[in-house]
Design a protein around this ligand. Structure first.
Ligand code: HEM
Length: 467
């Protein structure tokens, strides 16, 4: 590590490997080649690689060095801004927290933060458990389910209930379908001509994206309109957005309320759903970890579903989720465009460059992880990860742009896992590894079809499974 950091110029990629990279990136019009390319680049070129992308011409940097990743994440929002991927998502998310720049971002973050304070999130735990219990109640022993779709619905239901006090069951399919549409056309909209396509309304990519956006807009406007004129404090995010006043006593502009609501509804369920889907996939393929999970749940919970106060005692379930997010990070890459020259360790990075840090690469760097490809939740409690440098594991990013929903996501993932795993196990129907579909988030490349196997009936005193 020290040797690599001592270099003043990063390893540069040129010639054939650049061509291979471009070919790999756009093969098939999707991103599947990108993860392999990034991994190969990092393993071959070390902690810092840099190359010029010709379309559009921009200097790219790929960091696979925790100290430098940490520096990038903690760089000032006036020196680095979100790179093209998230900027392209502005067409859907507008100027919401995920996609806005400073100073708007910081102002909005301060306003929204109270909805994610620790006590608030603890208050959402009962809703999370209740939704997971309902999902378990509807599962029948022996039936086949697509676990990814199941987790998507559940996470959406939880986000809508906690942040918007709304039941979205009636339009869950609309939301799910529209998010999938928007994700599927994302690689095309990131192609070199992506921005031009926005002005070609009849192009299929543009048409599909706009249709998806309209459907999502209709849902979000319905959520907001249902609340307008209702001055009661529902104690949720939406009440907060509508009640807030600036120094001049002005409410938040309606388009910004829309952007924040859209951002939190989408960011609030898509990533957690993926984390959970990959967790079930990993457990089904690792019987030892699954058996230990069941043992720990039996010890901590005995013959009952979890209650919010159990959360701190669910240490092994948390390790299972942490390990799943190491190998299959739902946010698999992040990027920053440099607007004022910065230094990353010994490297001077000029304005205009784009710096990438890829969780999917660094979370499996053999310099930091023993048996990097193995699913070993025990590594999180046996001391192995205690000395990990900051920036070696960053599923939620870091610095001023760290995920606002991090503790929400941990609480939800652990409680959903515990509630469901106490009742059922999921058996894989297809032994082949599930391919990765790295879109905006890391989705499974095919439905994760699994057979439900009952472990226990419903909690004593509750009606048993209606099937
Ligand atoms: C396992 C689940 C989740 C993962 C892996 C995840 C990951 C991330 C990452 C990596 C970032 C930083 C992106 C960057 O730096 O460019 C981020 C930001 C963000 N996330 Fe999450 N997230 C998750 C769950 C959630 C939840 C549950 C919510 C809301 C309820 C949420 C809302 C947001 C928002 C609003 C931002 C932008 C924050 C800002 O820039 O101030 N996320 N997330």
């Amino acid at each position: 590590m020290a040797m690599a950091l001592a270099q003043d110029s990063p390893a540069r990629i040129s010639g054939p490997s650049l061509l291979a990279a471009l070919r790999g990136m756009w093969a098939g019009g999707d991103f599947t080649g990108i993860t392999a390319f990034l991994e190969r680049t990092a393993r071959e070129h070390g902690p810092v690689a840099s190359w010029v992308s010709l379309t559009p011409p921009v200097r790219l940097w790929l960091l696979d060095e925790p100290a430098l990743i940490d520096q990038l994440l903690t760089a000032s929002g006036y020196d680095v801004v979100k790179s093209r991927g998230l900027r392209r998502m502005r067409r859907l998310l507008g100027q919401g927290l995920l996609t806005s720049d400073e100073p708007l971002h910081l102002r909005q973050r301060r306003l929204v933060q109270p909805a994610f304070h620790r006590e608030r999130v603890a208050g959402y735990a009962a809703t999370m458990i209740g939704a997971a219990r309902d999902a378990a109640d509807r599962l029948a022993d022996g039936e086949t389910v697509a676990v990814d779709a199941l987790m998507n619905r559940l996470a959406l239901r939880i986000a809508a209930a906690t942040l918007f006090s709304t039941d979205v069951d009636d339009y869950a399919d609309t939301i799910g379908g529209a998010v999938t549409e928007a994700m599927e056309v994302f690689p095309a909209s990131m192609s070199p001509l992506g921005e031009l396509l926005d002005h070609v309304p009849w192009h299929p990519t543009t048409r599909r994206f706009r249709a998806a956006r309209e459907r999502l807009d209709a849902v979000v406007h319905r959520l907001i309109d249902a609340r307008r004129g209702d001055d009661r404090d529902h104690g949720d995010l939406l009440s907060m957005l509508l009640a807030t006043r600036d120094e001049d006593g002005q409410p938040m502009p309606p388009e910004l309320v829309r952007d924040e609501a859209m951002t939190l509804l989408l960011a609030g369920h898509e990533t957690t759903a993926n984390a959970l889907a990959w967790t079930w996939d990993a457990l089904a393929r690792n019987p030892g970890a699954e058996a230990r999970l069941h043992d720990e749940l039996d010890t901590v919970l005995g013959d009952r579903d979890p209650v919010p106060d159990d959360y701190p005692r669910l240490a092994f379930p948390r390790d299972v989720v942490a390990e799943a997010m190491r190998l299959r990070p739902p946010a698999w890459i992040l990027g920053r465009r440099v607007v004022r020259p910065i230094r990353l360790g010994p490297h001077a990075v000029g304005a205009g460059a784009v710096v990438l840090a890829a969780q999917i690469v660094t979370h499996r760097n053999p310099r930091f992880w023993t048996e990097p490809e193995a699913f070993r939740p025990e590594r999180w409690s046996n001391g192995e990860t205690a000395a990990l440098p900051r920036g070696a594991y960053f599923p939620f990013g870091g610095g001023t742009r760290i995920c606002i929903g991090e503790s929400f996501a941990w609480t939800e993932a652990v409680l959903v896992l515990a509630t469901l795993a106490r009742r059922v196990r999921f058996r894989p129907l297809d032994p082949r590894p599930v391919p990765l579909d790295p879109l905006v988030t890391l989705r499974p490349g095919r439905p994760i079809q699994m057979r439900v196997e009952a472990r226990r009936s419903a909690q004593r005193g509750r009606p048993s499974n209606p099937g």
